[in-house]
Design a protein around this ligand. Sequence first.
Ligand code: KG4
Length: 337
Amino acid sequence: MYILAIESSCDDTSAAVLRDGILLSNVTASQAVHEAYGGVVPELASRAHQQNIVPVVDQALKRAGIERTDINAVAFTRGPGLMGSLLVGVSFAKGLARSLSVPMIDVNHLQGHVLAHFIKESEDDNDQPEFPFICLLVSGGNSQIIKVNSYKDMEIIGQTIDDAAGEAIDKCSKVMGLGYPGGPIIDKLARVGNPDAYQFAKPSIAGYDYSFSGLKTSFLYNLRDWMKDDPDFIEHHKEDLAASLEKTIVDILMNKLRKAVKDTGITQVAVAGGVSANNGLRNAFRDHAKRYGWKIFIPKFSYTTDNAAMIGITGYFKYLDNDFAAIDLPAYARMEK
Ligand code: KG4
């Protein structure tokens, strides 16, 4: 049974093919057009998806070694995301499923990120979390602590009340005049900087919720002060700034996660989403595994940022449940569940 999966929620056009839940191909076209603007421009993203979607799907089918007519179901990201971007993938999926007379499966993008931990590249790929587990989902648009009870049952027990972790990193990187997206640039600079060089504001809010807007403001105001004395302060200290910023964000993320693990008593802990590519965060997970006996799950780099493989595996579980989408199903920019 072959599933073709499509992801187009933001600025990556991705297609994947799975055979009986095993990943055969995963092809992603990123959009460099946004770099010049320091952030994703929705209109340009939709246009780039229009250009990329057919070649990306063709390439995914080719790498999987199948024909279009072999496809048994089409899975696609229904939301959340940028509406114009989603519409390209949703409309393409509808057209293709209709023309092939096969069912469609709608997938929640965030659920996809969490279930990326179940992507299997081969039959004997069995290092997967058991239910229930705790998942820290950190991306450009979300920062959540999720109690994952089953493939379908996910409880958000904590989330950001303002900016997401990735958004904070990207904005601080922009303030420093570095490129977009800031995450990978900050990560690289941080590897050679001193994480204890500077202190930035950390939030003190109750429960498992996060906040990153105070940190962002504190980063900006501190930089402004330091630059009064040395206009080239950023250039002179960018490695230390990046390392200190990364440490602050990782500390904020891990503090609440530790609390959630302690309170729930669930010690299987996964990380997902674009920011899970961050080396500082990955190291903090490894450190917690050693120190607190957590069994940790860290995704392969290719499954951290947006990809269709995670949409495919989520679609596969829904397919097994006969959970299909109606042809008139709309895309959703925001989704509660
Ligand atoms: O999950 P994702 O690809 O897109 C969504 O938000 O849905 O996440 C993108 C975010 C961006 O904010 C990007 O800067 C961040 O993930 N990111 C990183 C790294 N790679 C990507 N943040 C920190 N370190 C990285 N290595």
